[in-house]
Design a protein around this ligand. Sequence first.
Ligand SMILES: N[C@@H](CCC(=O)N[C@@H](CS)C(=O)NCC(=O)O)C(=O)O
Length: 230
Amino acid sequence: MGGLSVRWAVNFPGRQALKVQASEVQALKIIEEPRAPNPRRVRIFLAEKGIAMAYEPISLLKHEHKSAEFRRLNPFAQVPTLVFDDGSTLTESVAICRYFEEMQPEPALFGTGARGRAEVEMWNRRVELGFYQCVAHCFRHTHPAMAAMEQPQVAQWGEVNRGKALETLGLIDDILRQRPFIAGDQLSIGDITLLVSMDFMKPAKIERPAGIAGVERWYNEMASRPSAAA
Ligand SMILES: N[C@@H](CCC(=O)N[C@@H](CS)C(=O)NCC(=O)O)C(=O)O
């Protein structure tokens, strides 16, 4: 696997290492592919929290995630994979973000209060399942670079998902015309999932439609946050 890097020390000078109880097993590093959307989700989340983390890049295109060494850490062969200092691992972007939310609750990115947390859960799921997944299917089933990784690659399924992604984007636009962030007045993991999905439209070759003023206003604000560079 590739070498370690701690990029945030340069990009985010105020960033602090996470303080943990002496009894806690510490998060050691995140193995990731710098260009892939799910790892970026976690990087943006940590940037918003101001948490420093070490990153170890691997190449998906070179199929490094399929190696026996990496599968021992994550049998599902996916990134991001969080590795603790006792060698145990945690995977799934949202689970990783949740772990850091518990470790450092402020700023709250999973909502506050019973209703607020449920709203964030609802919106993050809607964005992830109804939008991100469709963009991802479109990319994986239509892009030539994905032919080896996505087997079978079914172009028609990719095209179906292009339409579904745009349908959901219309619903999201209605919401973002009414309020600053996807789940209400505060930034949440739902916005991070949405930003990553919007940027994923480019490699998926899904053209952003005209007439989505709510999404465009929100996108410009999100893209200008320092965390977007993560
Ligand atoms: N549900 C997982 C998805 C992880 C995932 O699909 N990661 C992609 C990169 S964005 C990956 O590792 N793909 C490798 C493959 O499909 O072989 C999460 O949220 O972390």
